[in-house]
Write a protein that binds this ligand. Structure first.
Ligand code: SF4
Ligand code: SF4
Length: 487
């Protein structure tokens, strides 16, 4: 009994020490610069219910999306090596890096737009870091180690069988979950079925994929299980730049100083003069980054709204209006009218320009991908001394021409030898020339027939121009090696 009491006192001291932070010091470090682990208390409220609806939807979407097949293809697959992008059953072949660049920049400007209007809404509501920690890792941790105070108490205990058991169980489950998240992530790049069959084989047969999955598992395990809020505070590049994207009109989670101050218990303040803040520290106890929002908007705040729910609960109990901490803007807090601001308009315009360029280039792409694949079986055929050949020896090489073409712009291309003198020396027969590019992928047979004398040491390299019939301009040049017997 007295041990429990001592433990509780220690915990209270530890928490209270955290409340007395030097404003110049990070909320998660002690005076010596060592990390102070945060064990945020559970909170209930309308904002939590809304957030968790969104979180579970995102987790479900992430885990299930690659397994939904449309037209026999995963609903989302990014095949980097084949340069193929599959979305909702349609595949774009030969996707050029410029298209990915345009999409990426458009996405970045869209996030900048969201930030300038809604503050760090991405951090609190959509970032995988927050979503996985809140929905899965913290839940597992509290199921095994108990509530906030019990977890803090366990941390302070010396190693014993109970602590060893709980920590081993927790990290074991963390590993399984991280591995599943990592496998799903890799599934977006190689395909979920393909990945499933790979996992049935020995790791040595797919060493690259195995290594990538293990590295990702380790990153997720350490980040979601241990590093947590430190990533948001000191490592996340978006966290660093968000303050320059926001202004006094942006929505932030903020404490209403006018209404809350002076707080209860402040020296020299009588009861009547007190504001609504009762100095209960509930808002600090639930904060996953360990900050006191009453000190103003801080870089560490990820806009998770936990402090809003905690404070609303206190206000309900005190029969005071909710919203001492709320989503608002600095302008609103000062009681001023919203100022005209061109910044969000600029960000969304740039985002729309880049995404429109993406679709324009996608549809207007005139760069089909042509691959010459040598036919299976004998690499060449020799027609010797027949009447048809006039006593000459002729060689035939057969190829399959694989063509990939993205976009909806249909046009014709034709193939021509780069060296015009070869036109009379090599007969190029192709089942379709000019070739109509009206489907994403097609295969044609192509034969080259030529006099054996053309070969040098059994081979001859030729270059074939791929020419756009519309403008007559060169699209690409292909190198083909013709082979025959070595004399
Ligand atoms: S939860 Fe509300 S009342 Fe309690 S300390 Fe925070 S702001 Fe003040
Ligand atoms: S201050 Fe509030 S909104 Fe910001 S991180 Fe802490 S709990 Fe979340």
């Amino acid at each position: 009994m007295s041990n429990n009491k001592n433990n509780n006192n220690n915990n209270n001291n530890k928490i209270n020490n955290r409340f007395d932070l030097d404003p110049e010091r990070l909320s998660t470090t002690d005076v010596d610069g060592h990390r102070v682990y945060i064990y945020p208390e559970e909170v209930k409220g309308k904002w939590k219910s809304r957030r968790f609806l969104g979180y579970w939807f995102l987790v479900f979407l992430y885990l299930i999306l690659p397994w939904i097949y449309i037209n026999g293809k995963p609903s989302l697959k990014i095949d980097i090596f084949q340069r193929e992008f599959t979305v909702l059953g349609s595949t774009l072949h030969g996707v050029e890096p410029i298209l990915f660049f345009l999409l990426l920049v458009s996405g970045l400007f869209f996030i900048a737009f969201l930030t300038s209007v809604l503050g760090r809404v991405w951090c609190g509501w959509g970032c995988p870091q927050t979503v996985f920690i809140q929905t899965i890792f913290l839940k597992i941790e509290s199921l095994i180690e108990g509530k906030s105070r019990e977890r803090l108490s366990l941390e302070q205990q010396p190693w014993n069988l109970n602590k060893l058991f709980k920590r081993t169980l927790k990290w074991g489950i963390f590993f399984i979950v991280s591995s599943h998240i990592a496998h799903t992530f890799i599934g977006y790049f190689v395909g979920p079925k393909e990945l499933f069959f790979m996992t049935m084989d020995s790791p040595t047969e797919h060493m690259g994929i195995f290594t990538a999955t293990m590295i990702l598992t380790t990153i997720f395990l350490l980040d979601f299980g241990w590093f947590r809020e430190q990533f948001c505070i000191i490592a996340c590049p978006y966290g660093r730049i968000q303050s320059v994207l926001m202004d006094e009109n942006s929505k932030v989670v903020a404490y209403d100083t006018k209404r809350g101050e002076p707080r209860r218990g402040e020296v020299g303040i009588n009861r009547e003069a007190e504001g609504d803040c009762v100095n209960c520290y509930s808002c600090v106890k639930v904060c996953p980054t360990g900050i006191d929002i009453r000190r103003g908007t801080q870089l560490e705040c990820i806009a998770c709204t936990q402090c809003i729910d905690a404070c609303d609960d206190i206000m309900d109990r005190l029969k005071k209006p909710q919203g001492l901490i709320r989503y608002t803007s600095e302008v609103e807090l000062r009681g001023e009218a919203k100022k005209r601001n061109l910044r969000p308009f600029l960000y969304i315009t740039l985002s729309l320009i880049f995404v429109s360029s993406f679709f324009y280039f996608l549809n207007a792409s005139t760069h089909p991908e042509l691959v010459f694949l040598r036919g299976v079986g004998a690499p060449f055929l020799v027609s010797d001394n027949s009447q048809e050949t006039g006593g000459e020896s002729f060689i035939t090489n057969k190829f399959t021409l694989k063509i990939k073409h993205q976009g909806t712009h249909h046009f014709l291309v034709h193939l021509k030898f780069a060296d015009p003198t070869l036109e009379n020396q090599i007969q190029m027969q192709i089942s379709e020339n000019p070739i109509k590019l009206d489907v994403p992928e097609k295969k044609l047979f192509i034969f080259f027939k030529f006099n054996r004398k053309l070969l040098i040491s059994g081979s001859k390299t030729v270059f074939i121009n791929v020419i756009n019939d519309e403008g007559g301009h060169l699209i690409s040049q292909k190198e083909v090696t013709l082979v025959g017997p070595v004399d």
